[in-house]
Design a protein around this ligand. Sequence first.
Ligand code: FMN
Length: 421
Amino acid sequence: MEQILFRHNKPNRCVTFDEYRAEGGFSALAKALKELSPDQVQQAVIDSGLRGRGGAGFPTGKKWSFLARNVPGPRWLICNSDEMEPGTYKDRTLLEANPYLLLEGIALTSYAIGVSHAFIFIRRGYEQAAANLRRGVAECRQAGLVGENILGSGFSCEIDVHVSAGRYICGEETALMNALEGKRANPRSKPPFPAIKGLWGGPTVVNNVESLSNIPAIISNGAEWFKAFGRIPEAAGTKLFCVSGHVSTCACFELPMGISLGEIIEGPCNGMRPDSRFKACLPGGASTPYFTEEHWNVPMDFDAVAKAGSRLGTGGIVVFDQNTCMVAATLNLVRFYARESCGWCTPCREGLPYVVNLLEEIENGRGSEEYIAILRDHINLLKYAFCALALGAMGPVEGLLKHFQDEVREHIAKGKCPFKK
Ligand SMILES: Cc1cc2nc3c(=O)[nH]c(=O)nc-3n(C[C@H](O)[C@H](O)[C@H](O)COP(=O)(O)O)c2cc1C
């Protein structure tokens, strides 16, 4: 299959600046600066149907169009590379193989939305990716692709690489802006949305690494070309699916948007491990409700996955086999979220440890029917938390109660975990 994001990848090493340029890299930027107006770049992205790859799937071009116009002072672009969702490693894979696509995407986006300073907010721990980006920015600066008067066009854009202090909440776009401003990383209330009042009060676009890395190909090849990658009519482009768990081959694959879950597992993942049978998976990262065998043929696209009761999220697929205790798996995930709660709002700060406690009791055979009812209440209650962290934390709990209620009840009836020998 023709690829968009992994097109320049080399085996076991990062592509070099010279290779990327020799293979047509930065020609989309040159083309845009010479032939296209910022509005034309924006329109191409709107027409392409590209939806944000950071989790929520919001249409990228539409998000750009919300940016406040004619306001005094600077406007900003932030590339979100915080990637701390358990089971998600697509941005790291991309940046370790090729930082230039992102840098070109950032320059194009900055041109389209009138930004002269962009930040890449990268997770602490992604040392190799951050080093690639820093080296890439320096190479681009030397070649006149970053900084003042890019390619003699009169357009200028600085790119800064900022290493996060390292908490999951820093990936939430408003908490991220607080972190960049040097403040405590708690989320801000929305509205005002970042497009109106974001970083240092200026209009701001926040986009994910994978979203921005798609922009050069869209500008080079056009919206229709991009759309044609989708497996089903409403799906556009490719998607990075990073797979882990009980499959034979765990890796990050670039596949057509809308490919079915079963095709991913039977195809590039080479099926389940020997002696493993598919039981369930997180289809889009740790905050998405489980899929089971009945979802084998669901197209992995934002709308189709939502219609089937979950979320495409980040495309981080975690596969569980028949020997997995789904209560224990869910407990493990919610423990992560409880630990990562920023503590800013009460429902999340107090609610998640309470949910952990309920799940621990069930897992250890000390639960009751009432616990199931309380867990159900908390799925609703935590929708009222300040940001989407707690909502996401309850995704697996929702899946557990929807698809594995019998397993939960077995823990209660037996007074112990049926998976423990
Ligand atoms: C708790 C939390 C953590 C998040 N972490 C990330 C992250 O690591 N990377 C990311 O791109 N988006 C993350 N998001 C989503 C961002 O808030 C934002 O929607 C996204 O960066 C927008 O980019 P996109 O439109 O290109 O998808 C997170 C959201 C929440 C609620």
